[in-house]
Structures are given as C-alpha cells and as structure tokens.
Design a protein around this ligand. Structure first.
Ligand SMILES: [Zn+2]
Length: 189
C-alpha cells in the first residue's frame, strides 16, 4: 500500500491512493476533509484570544504584535479597534514581514494545509527570542470538540508540542490543560 508521512511527527502512515485525510497512529494527529470551505480565524475568536495578550506582554513587553490569518473582511482598522484596550499595536501579518518580536496566530493551525511551511515561515519572520501565540482546538479523552467549518487538522495536546519543538520553538506558556482549546505562547530559539 502506498504511504505518506505524518505532517506532525513524520511517522509513515499507510494510505490508499485517493483516500481522504489521514490518521497517525503514532502521535494521534488527524487530517480530515473540511466540512465547509474557506473558513479562517474570525474576529470573534480573535477578540476572545486577546484576553491572553497581557500574558504575552509579561513574558516580553513588545510594542507591536503581528496577527496571522486576518480575513480580508477584517482589515487593519478592525484590528486597531480590537486592540484598543491593550498597550500594543495590532498589525495584520503578511509573508514579507521580517524581524518581528511577536506573532498572534489565533485558530490558524486547524486550517493550514502545510504545517511545516507555516511554522518555518513564522520562525524566520521572528527575531531570536520572538514569541508565537497559538490557539487551537485539541482532542482530549471524553471531550472531542466538534469540527470547525473548514478545519482539516485535528491535534492532541502532545503532538502540537512535538510539532513546535521540531520546528525550533520552545514552550514559554500554556493554558487550559483540561479545556478543548489549547492556548500556547512559544518562543523562537
Ligand atoms: Zn504523527
């Protein structure tokens, strides 16, 4: 049977040609077909995740935070509005941004087609010691979160740590050990 490599841990997964999705028996990562197309981080999620912003500022007092996955209907103006309660400037992240100190990637990983490319790009956009905020739904025993519209990647708390460490990030903070949403601040080595 043909095989593919797990995009998180690299394990070999047997997979029938043309099969939709994959499930890694080694790290528990799953990729499934999206139930609905073109979903990205919503302003609603972003607003909720910004409650973690003071936590990031305690680790590193930055003046600007670049926000990944900002949908076109939520331009810089809306970021400014969302960020008005915090002592930082929120800026939409674009691929050409470099030498930045903090990236906010709220609910991005569930939708990313190429996880390695996504994290490698963030690594190179950050300065050494720069921070990457991530939030994502995770599968826990007895608490399987329903798939989000457009979601293709399904993580467990353990394999997301592995994914980050393999791409040069170290854990600086994490929250909600028992929640179905994992929130992480990772530091670029
Ligand atoms: Zn795996």
């Amino acid at each position: 049977m043909p095989s593919v490599h797990c995009p998180v841990c690299g394990a070999t997964i047997p997979r029938a040609a043309g099969a939709p999705g994959l499930a890694c028996s080694f790290c528990g990562f799953q990729r499934r077909p999206a139930i609905e197309a073109d979903a990205t981080a919503s302003p609603f999620w972003l607003q909720r995740s910004l409650a973690d912003l003071p936590q990031l500022l305690r680790i590193r007092p930055v003046s600007e935070i670049f926000v990944a996955g900002v949908p076109p209907q939520n331009p810089a103006r809306n970021l400014k509005r969302l960020g008005r309660d915090y002592p930082v400037k929120l800026i939409p992240l674009v691929d050409s941004d470099k030498n930045i100190d903090a990236i906010w990637a709220d609910m991005c990983l569930p939708f990313v087609a190429d996880l390695s490319a996504f994290l490698n790009r963030k690594f190179h956009q950050l300065t050494p010691g720069g921070l990457l905020y991530l939030s994502l739904p995770v599968k826990r025993p007895l608490r399987a979160a329903a798939a989000l519209p457009g979601q293709i990647n399904f993580f467990r708390p353990k394999n997301i740590m592995f994914l980050l460490e393999q791409r040069g990030f170290k854990m600086a903070w994490r929250k909600n050990r028992f929640s179905s949403t994992l929130r992480i601040i990772a530091r670029r080595d």
